[in-house]
Ligand binder design. Structure first.
Ligand code: ZN
Length: 222
């Protein structure tokens, strides 16, 4: 029978806690909320220069024989000239469900917003989109404590995760890079945080006591 001395017991509990500390930690949620729809930058023939185009929040659906063309309508912010962003080109209406088709025809506001926020569709159409203004909503954290932060966004904007973190934590680029190199800020899934873009949700571990724990383990093993 193994007799555990009080100190050993404490040490075992400590190691177990250290292993599971991530699971026990509360998760703080930061939500990146856009404050307006992104504007498209393109050359306007009427204005004779590159201007901003704003989503009109409505669709144009055109039937051509058995196929449909569907666009999201934009207007030049200066002169109102319209331009259409391609959503579907020569699509067989049978491949679309009636509900979605009805939403295109009735200019469903939420659907228009979803397409106006879809960076993938913009890229496919080769248009230049500006990042809309946004706000990061969620509790601030104390950098001396460990934290598990879930960064969520309804729409995957073309924003770097590092930019969101630096803004919310009020860190300079240099300090942020140093903390990433020291393993104090990292993604839970191991993806390179410097290269990550904002997704629908990403979990970031912030642990400024990492260096101290490393020292402790080193001493315990030695
Ligand atoms: Zn114009």
């Amino acid at each position: 029978m193994t007799i555990l001395r009080p100190y050993s017991l404490f040490f075992l509990i400590y190691k177990q806690k250290e292993r599971n500390w991530i699971q026990y930690m509360n998760t703080i949620v930061w939500e990146v909320k856009h404050l307006s729809l992104p504007r498209v930058m393109r050359y306007c023939k009427k204005c004779g220069t590159k201007t901003e185009y704003i989503s009109a929040g409505s669709f144009r659906v055109n039937a051509q024989k058995k196929y449909l063309d569907i666009w999201l309508i934009y207007r030049c912010a200066r002169c109102g000239t319209s331009w259409n962003l391609t959503i579907y080109s020569r699509v067989n209406p049978k491949t679309l469900d009636w509900d979605t088709l009805g939403k295109f025809i009735s200019n469903h506001a939420k659907l228009a917003e979803r397409y106006a926020m879809d960076a993938g569709i913009m890229e496919k159409d080769g248009v230049e989109v500006e990042t809309p203004p946004y706000r990061i909503v969620g509790d601030d954290i104390d950098l001396s404590q460990s934290a598990r932060v879930k960064i969520v966004s309804k729409y995957p904007l073309k924003l770097r995760l590092s930019k969101i973190l630096r803004e919310k934590l009020s860190l300079s680029k240099k300090t942020f890079d140093e903390m990433v190199s020291a393993g104090m800020i990292r993604t839970e899934n191991g993806a390179d945080i410097r290269k990550c873009r904002l997704q629908r949700d990403t979990i970031v571990m912030i642990d400024c006591s990492a260096i101290y724990r490393q020292d402790f383990s080193g001493r315990a093993d030695g």
